[in-house]
Design a protein around this ligand. Structure first.
Ligand code: MN
Length: 240
């Protein structure tokens, strides 16, 4: 199997897992940098993630232009992915979703921060990008290269950001890593809302977060990935 086929297979599986785990519904998407050309990325045509097949995966340049659309309609918000890949050579995969528990942290003064061991992968805290700051009243969708680049600039070296009144992005060094962070971002957010009702929260310390991130290796992520594959009724590919 070619590297490209391997990556597309994992990308299809990532869509199915994110749908099955409730991170995406009919909307939201996951991308990967092209394994043979860092100036390109792969993303499904506009379709609900639970329905995505190999033939839906399209190729784009970093400005979001389709390479060979073959009549397929792309996601409007593909600029999120291209702009992050353009700004961040270290990033290989991006998830954009609207999972329900993250939304309250984008619209209130409460900062989303890791409070459980598995939540450390979200980073020290999750900043909120507000499209209104630079673009005023919009439909909130990241519908241009300018908006995508503004979000990518806001992220800086970070691995997660919320988007006010809309959703979030998670960045990974593999597809499985970006999916792992997206799933635990939702878990952490849900627990944080529950804990807020019980009183003051003792969050992980910055040093704890760094130590946990330091030991979260690909075998940790693959353990979760295998389980998520089974739940989503997808075969797991051996690590390549
Ligand atoms: Mn969106």
């Amino acid at each position: 199997m070619s590297k490209l086929d391997y990556v597309i297979e994992d990308l299809v599986t990532a869509n199915r897992i994110l749908a099955h785990e409730g991170i995406v519904d009919s909307f939201g998407h996951v991308s990967v940098r092209h394994p043979d050309n860092p100036q390109r990325f792969l993303l499904s045509r506009a379709r609900a993630p639970a329905r995505i097949e190999h033939a839906d995966i399209m190729e784009f340049d970093l400005e979001g232009n389709e390479i060979d659309a073959k009549g397929r309609k792309p996601y409007l918000e593909r600029f999120i992915h291209g702009s992050i890949f353009e700004a961040r050579p270290d990033v290989q995969s991006v998830v954009h979703n609207h999972s329900p528990s993250v939304i309250p942290f984008g619209i209130t003064s409460h900062t989303l921060k890791p409070l459980l061991h598995m939540g450390a992968s979200i980073g020290h805290e999750v900043p909120v990008w507000d499209s209104h700051d630079h673009f005023g009243d919009t439909d909130l969708l990241v519908s241009s290269v300018e908006m995508g680049r503004d979000l990518a600039k806001f992220l800086g070296p970070g691995r997660t950001a919320l988007m006010r009144g809309h959703g979030c992005v998670t960045l990974g060094n593999t597809i499985r890593h970006a999916v792992f962070i997206a799933i635990y971002l939702e878990v952490n957010a849900k627990l944080q809302m529950q804990a807020m009702g019980m009183g003051d929260i003792k969050f992980l310390t910055p040093g704890e977060v760094d130590k946990i991130i330091g030991r979260t290796a690909s075998f940790t992520i693959d353990r979760a990935w295998e389980n998520w594959c089974r739940r989503a009724d997808r075969p797991m590919q051996a690590a390549q």
